[in-house]
Write a new protein. Structure first.
Length: 111
């Protein structure tokens, strides 16, 4: 696999005015430079930076279960850790079904 060099420059970061209050908004101005077109156009998601440490210890994957969008009734118009986030309670059944099916497919059945 080839080497992908990318430079991300945060030229400006403006948020809040108090050191003990998480601001509702932040304004970042950045530039992304890379010789690889795919790197410049794949939207990055760092939903759980800590998860990489777990994957160093054991194989696994990180997944997202959709929460909807503003067009589907307002749920999921933003990501978690956002003051406007609204969890879609319908996801409880979907998430539970996902984990049950995963267990059925990958864990050995003992008679």
């Amino acid at each position: 696999m080839g080497e992908h060099r990318t430079i991300i420059t945060v030229g400006a970061f403006n948020a809040g005015v108090a050191n003990n209050v998480i601001p509702q908004t932040a304004n970042l101005k950045l530039s992304v430079r890379s010789l690889d077109r795919e790197v410049r156009q794949g939207p990055a998601l760092t939903g759980s930076e800590d998860f990489a440490f777990m994957l160093d210890a054991v194989p696994g994957s990180y997944l997202l279960i959709g929460n909807g969008d503003a067009a589907s009734g307002g749920h999921g118009a933003c990501m978690v850790h956002n003051p406007s986030y609204d969890f879609n309670d319908d996801n409880v059944a979907i998430g539970a079904a996902y984990w049950a099916l995963l267990v059925e497919r990958f864990l050995p059945v003992k008679a």
